[in-house]
Design a protein around this ligand. Structure first.
Ligand code: NAP
Length: 247
């Protein structure tokens, strides 16, 4: 299979898009290490499904915003899996508010989890990937990181930052066989978007050229391609997957 003998680390791999990514990679034979925030039940349930594919799988509770916790968890993963070939930075949160009303901790927490969390993981895995002269880093941005969004200044800033972080890392690692790319999804049906009211969803869908929301499995197929050997010459790219809304 395409991912035989590869190991993938997926932050936020217990639920939503990250879960679909973990399933898609495991279906192609990759061993899977999942990082999750606090929902043990979701992590265990996802691991049980992945274990049925006959690959190695383990979930680690690790707050990606914590620099030392990421270092410790990556150390454990390297001990238990021996290597990491693919890093998917999918953990993300929202705390929406108009900028004029946004609390300091709403801004800080979203930046810390989304942007610093992505940095933390890359920081602690890039030397390993450079030494092996192989690696695939796939970071989750968002169309909001390209377009901005009223009520999401913190989230959009974190996702715009991920684009700049991805391009910088891509430049640093390209000569060592390590690629770094960003995916910018539009509206994808997960727990994150289920918080929105039906009215808001309808208004949003009306603006999507494809006239529908996306599925986590559709995003997972893009990650699968970027993680494959076929994508060796793609680096520093920002790829929207959004039914055309960012056009
Ligand atoms: P989701 O369903 O809410 O799942 C979020 C995942 O991130 C969960 O596995 C969660 O684990 C984990 N997580 C949250 N905070 C964490 C932390 N501090 N440390 C470690 N893990 C943490 O989200 P989603 O909709 O699948 O989104 C996945 C990614 O795609 C995010 O980066 C999001 O910004 C991006 N995105 C989503 C959409 C969309 O429409 N859904 C659009 C554009 C971009 P626990 O359950 O244990 O907390």
């Amino acid at each position: 299979m395409m991912m035989d003998a590869k190991t993938a680390v997926i932050t936020g791999g217990s639920r939503g898009i990250g879960r679909a990514v973990a399933l898609a990679l495991s279906e192609q034979g990759a061993n899977i290490a999942i990082l999750y925030g606090g929902n043990v039940q979701a992590a265990e349930q996802t691991c049980a499904v992945i274990a049925q594919k006959g690959v190695k799988v383990k979930a680690y509770a690790c707050d990606v915003s914590d620099f030392s916790a990421c270092e410790h968890t990556i150390g454990k993963i390297l001990e238990e899996f021996g290597q990491v070939d693919i890093l998917v930075n999918c953990a993300g949160i929202t705390a929406d508010n108009l900028c004029m009303r946004m609390k300091e901790d709403e801004f800080d927490r979203v930046i810390d989890v989304n942007l610093k969390g992505t940095f933390n993981m890359i920081r602690h895995l890039s030397a390993h990937m450079m030494r092996r002269r192989y690696g695939r880093i796939i970071n989750f941005s968002s169309v909001m990181g390209i377009m901005g969004n009223a009520g999401q200044a913190n989230y959009a800033a974190s996702k715009g930052g991920i684009i700049a972080l991805t391009k910088s890392v891509a430049k640093e690692l390209a000569a060592r066989g390590v690629t770094a790319n960003a995916i910018a999804p539009g509206f994808i049906e997960t727990d994150m978007t289920s918080k929105l009211s039906d009215k808001l969803k309808e208004e949003y869908v009306a603006h999507i050229p494809a006239k529908r929301v996306g599925k986590p499995e559709e995003v997972a197929q893009l990650v699968l391609f970027l993680a494959s050997d076929a994508a060796a010459y793609i680096t520093g790219a920002v790829i929207p997957i959004d039914g055309g809304i960012s056009m």
